[in-house]
Design a protein. Structure first.
Length: 258
């Protein structure tokens, strides 16, 4: 039996990168998948791809940094599939800023996408689950940087650390509703967005992946499909009663020193 057979899964930021990998993995495991994103073309292409492969899929155009659009995406998923059983908060903003040069506008942008949007997406999904007295699962994609991070990620770290706390708070609040909420602190991952970030902010060349991989213990960057499989596991009944966990999905060990 597929792990997510006939479950409705909503993936924010699901039109590219890790979000798209999660959408594909969920669909392979029998889920009905709704993905959100700002760009219509890749979103509709992904929905068509999943549909052609035999899944039911829906693209919802939304800028989740706008609270009303985030809420409306849940409403659209319920309208399209009748309910939402699981949510993955995969959308993220990774633009750079230090404590000294971050503007209020940049800080607000990070909070809007990396913390406020997950809060109100969870609020809408959990409200629907509670109203139906239905169990559900949520996975929030965080970052190893939430533990402290690089100096140039100050607003990103602030938002992701907040999301880690929110994950535990919401999991505790709704454990007796049988709604399991977990998070993943992912490490350096090979995505389209990371390629753009490395080139834009760090002057990386075409061989940056090879150089990065050579510097890492396992000899490669984290792969979206590997993370996606783990997310599907956490969404599924195979992960049992686990809730309120924020798991380090990385090849470096926090606190380990050479």
């Amino acid at each position: 039996m597929p792990l997510l057979q006939d479950r409705v899964v909503l993936v924010s930021g699901g039109t590219s990168g890790l979000g798209a990998a999660i959408a594909r993995a969920a669909a392979r495991e029998g889920a009905l998948v709704a993905v959100t994103g700002r760009r219509r073309e890749p979103g509709e292409a992904l929905a068509a791809e999943l549909t052609a492969a035999g899944s039911r899929a829906l693209f919802i155009r939304a800028d989740i940094g706008q609270v009303e659009q985030a809420r409306a995406s849940v409403t659209a998923a319920v309208a399209g599939f009748g309910r939402v059983d699981s949510l993955v908060n995969a959308a993220g903003l990774t633009s750079r800023g230090t404590l000294l040069d971050t503007t209020p506008e940049l800080f607000d942008a990070h909070i809007a996408v990396n913390l406020k949007a997950p809060f109100f997406l969870m609020q809408a999904v959990v409200a629907d689950l509670v109203a139906r007295k239905a169990p559900g699962t949520i996975v929030n994609v965080l970052s190893m940087s939430a533990h402290g991070g690089q100096p140039y990620l100050a607003p990103y770290v602030a938002a992701k650390a907040g999301l880690a706390g929110l994950t535990r708070n919401a999991a505790h609040a709704h454990r007796r509703d049988r709604i399991r909420i977990n998070g993943l602190n992912i490490g350096w991952t090979d995505t389209e967005g990371e390629d753009e970030t490395q080139r834009r902010f760090h002057g990386a060349g075409d061989d940056w992946r090879e150089q990065a991989g050579a510097s890492l213990p396992m000899g490669k960057l984290g792969q979206p499909d590997e993370i996606a499989d783990f997310v599907v596991f956490l969404l599924s009944d195979r992960s049992g009663v686990v809730t309120g966990s924020v798991i380090d999905w990385d090849q470096n060990v926090l606190g380990g020193l050479d």
